[in-house]
Design a protein around this ligand. Structure first.
Ligand code: NAI
Length: 216
């Protein structure tokens, strides 16, 4: 059967459903209606039903969804029923903070090695994983089951490092360097720019501080 293309907007909303459902499940809530979920998440019930209908609707009956089932099914759609091995490239401030964030491991995102160009870091460990010279990256990735490379290096080097990985079996790059990477379609790229979120916040602060007189 041909697989239906799901919009990125829908995919983008799934992690939030997943987080809320985890809290509901953990608090012992066994069933939830789309209206109740809508109230908690501040999304319309019709949006929730539309989103879920992309995946067959998750069998809502008159009295709502089974919370645990919904949580697990959304987890499967997000691929969270697999463990993803990750390597870090750039073991500086940001990279080290990411590796030390233990919740990634609990969600199946498992850092197994870090790489850097700074010789002072070689042989050290961060968050229990070794830091190795960058020159060993490609061989390491070829020899180990690495799914995701996390790039936390300056943008001046990001393109070159990313390209050196195009002939490996990695599936994705989680890119924190502030540069767009053009890579073969076989490698998914997710760009993260924390500052975008801050700029959005700044816009909202500014918008809310505009008095009606300013508009005239
Ligand atoms: P940092 O200077 O503390 O760490 C960078 C590390 O990368 C250093 O250990 C350095 O030796 C290493 N490195 C440099 N070139 C390398 C290469 N070619 N291969 C492997 N390792 C290499 O910097 P920090 O604060 O950790 O930031 C790292 C990068 O992430 C910067 O480019 C920064 O602009 C970016 N950044 C992005 C954010 C985002 O939201 N996307 C947020 C914060 C930082």
């Amino acid at each position: 059967m041909e697989e239906k293309e799901i919009s990125q907007a829908v995919i983008g909303r799934l992690p939030r459903y997943y987080r809320y459902l985890k809290d509901l499940k953990d608090s012992g809530k066994e069933r939830i209606s789309s209206q109740e979920l809508s109230r908690i998440m501040k999304v319309t019930a019709s949006q929730i039903r539309q989103d879920f209908n992309n995946f067959g609707g998750f069998g809502q009956q008159g009295y709502g969804y089974n919370t645990n089932y919904l949580y697990e099914e959304i987890g499967k759609i997000l691929g969270l029923d697999h463990v993803h091995n990750m390597v870090l490239v750039g073991a500086g401030n940001l990279g080290q903070a990411l590796v030390k964030y233990l919740k990634f491991k609990k969600s199946g995102f498992n850092f197994i090695c870090a790489f850097d160009i700074n010789p002072q870091l070689f042989g050290q460990t961060v968050g229990g994983i070794p830091i190795r010279p960058l020159r060993e990256l490609k061989d390491y990735v070829d020899a180990n089951d690495v799914d995701i490379v996390v790039l936390t290096i300056p943008k001046s080097d990001a393109r070159e490092v990313a390209h050196s990985l195009t002939r490996t079996n990695i599936k994705a790059i989680w890119n924190f360097a502030h540069i767009d990477l053009e890579l073969p379609a076989s490698i998914q790229v997710e760009n993260v720019h924390l500052q975008d979120s801050l700029m959005k916040l700044s816009y909202n602060i500014h918008r809310n501080s505009i008095s009606p007189d300013d508009d005239q």
